[in-house]
Every structure is written in structure tokens, then in C-alpha cells.
Design a protein around this ligand. Structure first.
Ligand code: IPM
Ligand code: MN
Length: 364
């Protein structure tokens, strides 16, 4: 019997709903010989309103001591610090550096049965590897505002930061089957090196690291051009590596091409810790209505099982993750139980029940 302890932060808006759905699906997918203990911790904008703190130290410690962290979503648009930034974002934005979650891995894959906005529904399947601990986000809370005259935030790019994120991108590339277009293993370095020195530095270190991987074709893309190519020729891409803010932006763009943020799987991992939450926010406009699409969080939950499975050489966890992915894929192919964002009329509950019945069919 193996046992793992998962810290769960339900958070704000639709966070608690999508977390609950994910825990339900994971429990059903696991064999009896694996026990996952889920312990909830508070954090987020609502917690800030009631306690004055968005991310309590006890939550950070709970996350540090857990085998993995599952997060619903955190932040509410109107709940701000005096500097105008969102208080609830402390949840994610402080956990990333605290736990050194340097790699934000975001697969962008169009499922069969899902009709994205692009003509001909191309076979999109690439991974964005977003640097998650430095870049422009490193300036959060440290930017300088000079009265009503000017404001400044500084981008930080370090050799260590680029080396480890590019190495992670290369490793992910070596585990995949290449780009859908031509089967070539390809890492695209996305930056704005034609304008800023920090990005030229990023590119030069990325080049150095990728020269250690002769099997990988190196591709360069400026972020503005890439934003167009992800729409016009998404199947050319295999793995894309980039700075933090650029990764934040292109991951929403990528998500739009595969049916929206409700489907966008995401893992935030370091050498010790792993945090799993969808790329989307807390969507307060649809919270509590039982209409949210929990797929992105469920897929991130599957990624959590894969990460734990690889870390602990536990095949049963890997099998459980693949069962979950299969159950979702089948539900989409059948196409009669989809949430409203995908053009269906199923509630969150009905959608989750369908995934659970697919899992039960696999178990029988
Ligand atoms: C993401 C989100 C976060 C970010 C927010 C919630 C702080 O947009 O994970 O992409 O900006 O990184
Ligand atoms: Mn984002």
C-alpha cells in the first residue's frame, strides 16, 4: 500500500467546484492499493477579506510538507492591495518562488470531438514551458511608482533560470513524438530578442543548452510573430520555451485554439515540489452556478498523478492518470455531455458523472 499526501487549496470563485470534481475523479481512478490523503488549506482573495492575509504561513508549510499540491483557482478582481494589484494572486505568485516551482508546463492539445475556432480543426499538440520564478514577474511588489509621473518594473533573467527551464523543455521534447506536422523534435525559443538585451541573453543561454541535444531542432520565434503562427500553423510546434510573462500570454492564446481555458492543463514543478492548477482564473461570474468546466483542473490532476508516479517510480499512479485522460477523451468523442463553454448543456455535476461512468466502465 503506498500513500501520498495532497495539499488542496480550493481558493476563490469556481476554484472549490473544480477542485471537488478533480478529487472525486482521482479517487475513482486510483486502485485500492494507493491511498491519497487530501488536506485542505485556506488561501485566496476571500481568505484575505476575512483574515487580512491571502496566503497564510501555515498554508505554505502545509504545501511544503505535502507530496503534491492541487489548487482550484485564486483571486477576485475587486480584491486589491493598496498598490492596485490583486491580493488573491499571492496564493500562486508566492508559492512559485517559495517552493521553487520554476517550470510551468502547459500542454496545448486539441481533443477529438472538440471543435476549436481554427479552420479545419488542426491536430494541435504542443507544450508551452513557461519559466515560472523570474522574468518580469520577479518585479512583483518591487516596482517603482514615482507619484503620477512614471512607473517601472524590471525583468530579471539569470543564467541559472534559463539553463534549468530550457533543460526541462528539452527533456519534455525528448519524451514526446515530435511536432504533429513532420514528427520532428523541435524546441522553439520564444522571446523578443530583436529589441531587449535581457531577451537576447535568454536566447544565447537557451542556444547553449540546446546544443547539448543534437536530436532536437532549434527554432526561434519572436513573441509577436509566434502569436500569429500559433493561429496560422499551430501543428508546426512541439515544445515552446519562454520567459514568464510571455508564457503567461501565449498560454491563453494557445488555450483559445483548443476550445478555451476550460481545457488547459497546467503543472508547476520544481526539483522538489509540484503544484497543479488549471491555467484559468477563478471566473467569479460563473461561480456557484454548477456550470464551470472542470476539465482543465481534472487534467492538471492527471498531470499531478503522472508527476508523482515518475518521482516515486509508481506505475499505478501513471496508469490512473492515463485512465483519467482516456475517460475525458471518450466523453469528448461521444460529445453528448459537454459543458456550456463547449456548446453543450451539461452541468458540472453531470459532466463529472459522465467521466466517472467512463472510469467505471474501464474498471469493469
Ligand atoms: C496563470 C495565471 C496567473 C499568472 C495568475 C493567476 C497569477 O494567469 O497561471 O497563468 O499570472 O501567472
Ligand atoms: Mn495566465
Amino acid at each position: 500500500m503506498s500513500s501520498y499526501h495532497i495539499a488542496v487549496i480550493p481558493g476563490d470563485g469556481i476554484g472549490p467546484e473544480v477542485c471537488k470534481a478533480t478529487v472525486q475523479v482521482i479517487k475513482l481512478a486510483l486502485p485500492k492499493s494507493i491511498h491519497l490523503g487530501f488536506i485542505e488549506y485556506p488561501a485566496g482573495a476571500a481568505h484575505f477579506l476575512s483574515s487580512g492575509v491571502a496566503l497564510p504561513d501555515s498554508t505554505i508549510e502545509g504545501c511544503r510538507n505535502a507530496d503534491a499540491i492541487l489548487l482550484g483557482a485564486a483571486g477576485l478582481p475587486g480584491v486589491l492591495y493598496d498598490d492596485g494589484t490583486e491580493a488573491g494572486q499571492d496564493t500562486t505568485l508566492r508559492l512559485r518562488p517559495e517552493l521553487d516551482l520554476y517550470a510551468n508546463v502547459r500542454p496545448i492539445k486539441l481533443y477529438k470531438g472538440i471543435y476549436g475556432p481554427l479552420k479545419g480543426d488542426p491536430a494541435i499538440d504542443y507544450v508551452i514551458v513557461r519559466e515560472n520564478t523570474e522574468g518580469l514577474y520577479a518585479s512583483r511588489g518591487k516596482g517603482i511608482v514615482e507619484g503620477s509621473i512614471s512607473a517601472r518594473d524590471t525583468m530579471e533573467i539569470t543564467r541559472k533560470g534559463v539553463e534549468r527551464i530550457v533543460r526541462k523543455a528539452a527533456e519534455i521534447c525528448m519524451q514526446r513524438n515530435g511536432a504533429p506536422d513532420d514528427g520532428k523534435r523541435r524546441v522553439t525559443i520564444c522571446d523578443k530578442s530583436n529589441v531587449l538585451r535581457s531577451f537576447a541573453f535568454f536566447r544565447s543561454i537557451a542556444d547553449e543548452v540546446l546544443s547539448e541535444f543534437p536530436e532536437i531542432e532549434v527554432n526561434y520565434a519572436l513573441v509577436d510573430a509566434l502569436s500569429m503562427y500559433l493561429v496560422t500553423k499551430p501543428t508546426y510546434y512541439d515544445v515552446i520555451v519562454c520567459e514568464n510573462l510571455l508564457g503567461d500570454i501565449i498560454s491563453d492564446l494557445g488555450a483559445a485554439t483548443i476550445g478555451g481555458l476550460g481545457l488547459a492543463d497546467s503543472s508547476e514543478i520544481g526539483d522538489q515540489h509540484g503544484l497543479f492548477q488549471a491555467s484559468h482564473g477563478s471566473a467569479p461570474d460563473i461561480a456557484g452556478k454548477n456550470i464551470a468546466n472542470p476539465t482543465a483542473t481534472i487534467l492538471s490532476g492527471a498531470s499531478m498523478l503522472e508527476w508523482l508516479g515518475r518521482k516515486h517510480a509508481d506505475k499505478l499512479l501513471l496508469q490512473s492518470a492515463s485512465k483519467i485522460r482516456q475517460a475525458i477523451a471518450t466523453t469528448f468523442i461521444q460529445g453528448n455531455t459537454l459543458t456550456a463553454d463547449l456548446g453543450g448543456d451539461a452541468s458540472t455535476t453531470i459532466f463529472v458523472e459522465e467521466i466517472c461512468s467512463q472510469l467505471t466502465l474501464q474498471n469493469s
